[in-house]
Design a protein around this ligand. Structure first.
Ligand code: ATP
Length: 217
């Protein structure tokens, strides 16, 4: 669903992604971990076509949607209008399929996005991404700034879409515990380079990864 091959992305002369190669298969949930400034958002934005690679290739099978870091909603527009913008490119206008998956959004439809809680706003960003009926979803920081119970609720919806519809997911997370719980495999990015990858269970048991990303657990 996603094939990234020897990808280099730079801002001017500053290299943000340095020969990165990774894959997400159909129906897979894969995590991308890394500290601030590692290049995770740069990868997300390159996958979404917002940044152009200096070299290397990005291939996506099927439709790809992004939940961007910081949600990027229009605060003065209603939830319904924010959702409609998500369907704009694919011509999808009817949000009812999204309301079926995320019924809370139907209740919030007439509210302005800017007045919602962080968790509700993340759900709107989630719903907006689903409007285009994606085959693969890139989530840039699901849990950032959210209470654990709110994160767990969103994560449950994500897992359900993966199980029931085979939605492939690249989950970019600073919360490694959550990422390992949700995803079978993970990549670790540091300073623009992939430093390790493997099954989540193996990575969680790797003292170097656990020390850096699981608070030594
Ligand atoms: P965070 O979790 O803090 O968002 P990240 O892993 O997503 O971090 P990026 O935002 O992709 O990291 O940043 C990677 C590198 O590129 C950093 O050194 C950052 O300072 C730099 N960078 C990001 N955006 C720009 C930009 N628009 N112009 C110049 N440099 C940038």
């Amino acid at each position: 669903m996603i094939a990234v091959e020897d990808l280099v992305v730079a801002y001017g002369t500053a290299v943000a992604l340095d020969h990165v190669t990774l894959q997400v298969g159909a129906g897979e949930m894969v995590a991308l971990l890394g500290p601030n400034g590692a290049g995770k958002s740069t990868l997300a934005n390159t996958l979404a076509g917002l940044l152009r690679p200096a070299s290397g290739t990005v291939t996506t099978g099927g439709r790809l949607a992004l939940i961007p870091e910081g949600r990027q909603l229009f605060p003065d527009l209603t939830v319904a209008d924010n959702l409609a913008l998500g369907g704009w490119r694919s011509g999808a206008r009817d949000p009812s399929a999204v309301y079926d998956v995320l019924p809370r959004l139907a209740e919030l439809a007439k509210r302005k996005a800017g007045v919602l809680s962080g968790g509700e706003q993340q759900m709107v960003a989630f719903g907006r991404a689903l409007m285009s009926r994606p085959d693969v979803l890139v989530v840039d920081e699901l849990s950032l700034g959210l209470a654990p119970a709110v994160t767990a609720d969103l994560a449950a919806h994500l897992t359900e879409l993966n199980r029931s519809r085979g939605l492939a997911v690249l989950l970019i997370e600073q919360n490694a515990r959550l990422a390992f719980e949700l995803c079978g495999r993970a990549y670790v990015l540091e300073s623009g380079r992939l430093v390790t990858e493997g099954r989540s269970a193996a990575l969680a048991g790797d003292p170097r990864v656990a020390g850096a990303y699981l608070g030594g657990a």
